[in-house]
Each structure stands twice: as structure tokens, then as C-alpha cells.
Ligand binder design. Structure first.
Ligand SMILES: NC(=O)c1ccc[n+]([C@@H]2O[C@H](COP(=O)([O-])OP(=O)(O)OC[C@H]3O[C@@H](n4cnc5c(N)ncnc54)[C@H](O)[C@@H]3O)[C@@H](O)[C@H]2O)c1
Length: 382
């Protein structure tokens, strides 16, 4: 296995600075690269703040915090940032054109030993890898936001990624204290987003079709499906711009994966991006930790079987297409979305037959995209 000693993180934004911190906390030397030093200053301030919180909570000592902080070297010069690097983690904005340019530049300077990893949420790994001189040593490493807290990392090999790179990625993710889930094929949305993004749109369709309120749907999602919060609430919390972008990327790769509801675009066009702008599906007063009031009483007024069915059907597609196992789906949803119940456990509570029947009914009313997957049709309850 390739022993990773030095890491370069490209992009010091929301994800990049957090990934750099996670790596430094695991003992790696990290070079954090961005296009302007002022951006790197801001990123390092955020790392310092996050470490100070860990000191305050007595998770680490001040001496450890200082050591971790000094393992991160800011750098604007791309060539210098890549010197002696074993693993490059790219976290520049989610724009295929920009990423392609970045990889073309990186390829000019990276040393032979450097493995490339992209933190993309939705872009095709194989396509980015093809632009480099080392597609066999290119992989997706999808950390979740915030990387300091979220334990899941999806590992996505491209079509040409070799086993050595996959093994190195798995080993690295465990060394930084995270839980890897291998997404064996480079499919749009990987595992978590493949289930989460279509579900947001489906919830918007339910709102329209089922004559119920947003809080009734959200309460049912929370209390009957084991979500940490409602689905509209989760969309607001994630950011509707992030959801819109992921939707567009996934839809552009395959129109059958997600059926965009116009409401999401409308909200984004009006700059109502969710909690961060004070308005999305819901309105917020500005408190970062504000939660929508969801109750078991409201949950009792709505049967979320369409939402169970759509999420289970997307999970089933992943399993029957050998992208991952049922256990991987459960682990990814638990660690990446905070689900408290296994998805197929919920399917069993609703009844597999009822879920399949619901999908058939939806397929006949709204189109074949709801056709039940073979895995779900042959699923046997425990
Ligand atoms: N934000 C999330 O919730 C989230 C979650 C998981 C994965 N991702 C993925 O992580 C990646 C980064 O997203 P983000 O939210 O951190 O973006 P961001 O916009 O917060 O940060 C991107 C940073 O990259 C910098 N940058 C631009 N061009 C660069 C270059 N050539 N070299 C180095 N740095 C450059 C920008 O100046 C910016 O600081 C995207 O692919 C995104 O899809 C984001």
C-alpha cells in the first residue's frame, strides 16, 4: 500500500479547510492551497476557532491544538503546494469546467507518486480522471459537511482506478478516523445524494398531491422514517443552492434519477436559499440552531409511504446495480444523513408489499420512473 505522509488540499473553502484540519488532527502534514492568501487567512482562522472549541470541551489540550495548527501550511503557489505530496485532495467549487482546468494545471507539477482525490459531490470521477495523466490513480473521496464532525466518507473509484489506489484511500480514510463506504461505481449522486436529492423533490410533489402541510410531511419524515429532522427542514439546512446544483448535475447525467420540482428553482431564483438566508421552504429568525417545530401529533396526520417508497427504490437500484450493499446504504444514511432507523427496517414496518404496490400506483399515474426495482420486488422481510 502507498503510505500517505504528506497531503495537499486544493481549495480552502467550506470543505477544504475542514478536510485539512481532519488530516492535521490525524498527524499528517498538510499544505492548504487557495488562489489568494486572504482566503487562506480566513480558512486558518476557522481552523483555529474549531480547535479552540475542542480545547474548550477538553477533547484536546492547547499544546495539541497548537501542534495540529502548525501542521497546516498555507500556500498560494500551486507548484510549491504540490511538492512531495503523496495525496492531493481537491475541494475547489463544484464546476466541471473549473475542475478540469485545475487538474490540467495540477498535472504539470504533481510528482509521480501523488494520488489524486476529488471531494466532488456529484461530478463524474471518470471524466475528471481522464484529463490527467494518471486515471488509474484518481479517486473520489467524498467528505460530508462539516468534515470535522461528519464521520462518513464515500470512496468512489472511476472506471480506470486501480485497486492499489482504492486500498490506499480506504486505509487513509480510516487513519483520519472516518468511516469509509465504497461506492463501487461512479454513478450520479454516489450513495447518499442519490437517495437524498430525489427525496427533496418527491416531498415537494407530495405537498402538491397529498393536500397536507409541510410540517405534517416533515413530522412524519422525522417520527416515522427516523430522519434527524424533516426533509424540507433538511433541505433548508443543507442550502437550496447546494441542492439545486446537485440536482442539475445529476439530471444532466441521467434524467431518470431525479424529477426536479420547479419549487426548488423558484426558491433559488428568489435567493431564498434556506436557513442561511433566513428563508427557504420555511422562514427563520436568524439563529443558526433554530429548528422547525415538528411533533408526533402532526406526524400522525400523514402517511409518508411515497417518500419511503421513493427512497427505498433508489437504494434498491444501487444494490441491484452492484454499486453498494444494503449494509453500505444503511451505514451511509446513518453517518451521512443522521438517520436513526435503517431504511429497509422502515420499509419492513410499512410492509414491502405495500411499498412495491405504492410504486406501481405512482408509476401508472406519474410515469415509469417510479417502476419498482427488481431488488425491492424480490426483497424478503427478515
Ligand atoms: N459544501 C458542502 O456541503 C459540500 C459537501 C460535500 C462535498 N462538497 C464538494 O466539495 C467541493 C468544494 O466545495 P465547498 O463548498 O468547500 O466550496 P467553497 O466555494 O466553499 O470553496 C472552494 C474554494 O476553492 C477555491 N478555489 C477556486 N479555484 C481554486 C484553485 N484553482 N486552486 C485552489 N483553490 C481554488 C476558492 O477560492 C474557494 O476558497 C465541491 O466539489 C463540492 O461539491 C461540498
Amino acid at each position: 500500500m502507498h503510505l500517505v505522509k504528506k497531503i495537499t488540499v486544493l481549495g480552502s473553502g467550506i470543505m477544504g479547510h475542514g478536510i485539512a484540519q481532519v488530516c492535521a488532527m490525524a498527524g499528517y502534514n498538510v499544505t492548504l492551497r487557495d488562489i489568494e492568501s486572504s482566503l487562506l487567512d480566513k480558512a486558518l482562522e476557522k481552523v483555529k476557532w474549531s480547535l479552540s472549541k475542542l480545547v474548550e470541551k477538553q477533547k484536546i489540550t492547547q499544546i495539541e491544538a497548537d501542534r495540529i495548527f502548525h501542521r497546516i501550511t498555507p500556500e498560494v503557489d500551486l507548484e510549491l503546494s504540490l511538492r512531495d505530496t503523496d495525496l492531493l485532495i481537491e475541494a475547489v467549487p463544484e464546476d466541471l469546467g473549473l475542475k478540469k482546468k485545475v487538474y490540467t494545471d495540477v498535472d504539470k507539477f504533481a510528482e509521480e507518486k501523488t494520488l489524486y482525490a476529488s471531494n466532488t459531490s456529484t461530478l463524474p470521477i471518470t471524466e475528471m480522471a481522464a484529463l490527467t495523466g494518471r486515471p488509474e490513480r484518481f479517486i473520489g473521496l467524498h467528505f460530508f459537511n462539516p468534515p470535522q464532525l461528519m464521520r462518513l466518507v464515500e470512496i468512489i473509484p472511476g472506471r480506470g482506478t486501480n485497486q492499489h489506489t482504492i486500498n490506499t484511500a480506504l486505509d487513509f480514510v480510516m487513519r483520519v478516523g472516518k468511516e469509509p463506504v465504497l461506492c463501487r461505481k461512479d454513478v450520479a449522486g454516489f450513495i447518499v445524494n442519490r437517495i437524498f436529492i430525489p427525496l427533496v423533490h418527491e416531498a415537494a410533489y407530495c405537498l402538491e398531491r397529498d393536500g397536507v402541510s409541510m410540517t405534517q410531511i416533515d413530522s412524519a419524515v422525522k417520527y416515522k422514517m427516523g430522519f434527524p429532522m424533516g426533509i424540507f427542514e433538511l433541505a433548508d439546512y443543507t442550502g437550496l443552492d447546494v441542492i439545486f446544483k446537485a440536482t442539475s448535475e445529476m439530471y444532466s447525467r441521467d434524467t431518470r434519477i431525479v424529477h426536479p420540482h420547479p419549487k426548488i428553482k423558484e426558491l433559488v431564483d428568489a435567493q431564498n436559499l434556506g436557513q442561511k438566508t433566513g428563508k427557504g421552504f420555511y422562514e427563520y429568525s436568524g439563529n443558526t440552531y433554530e429548528r422547525v417545530n415538528l411533533t408526533p401529533e402532526e406526524a400522525a396526520k400523514y402517511n409518508p409511504i411515497s417518500l419511503v417508497a421513493v427512497s427505498a427504490n433508489n437504494a434498491a437500484w444501487l444494490i441491484s446495480n452492484n454499486v453498494c450493499t444494503k449494509e453500505d446504504v444503511d451505514k451511509a444514511l446513518r453517518l451521512g444523513m443522521g438517520l436513526k432507523k435503517d431504511l429497509f427496517g422502515t420499509v419492513e414496518i410499512f410492509g414491502v408489499g405495500n411499498v412495491v404496490e405504492k410504486l406501481r400506483e405512482m408509476a401508472s399515474k406519474y410515469g415509469s420512473r417510479y417502476d419498482p426495482d427488481v431488488y425491492l420486488q424480490s426483497y424478503k422481510s427478515k
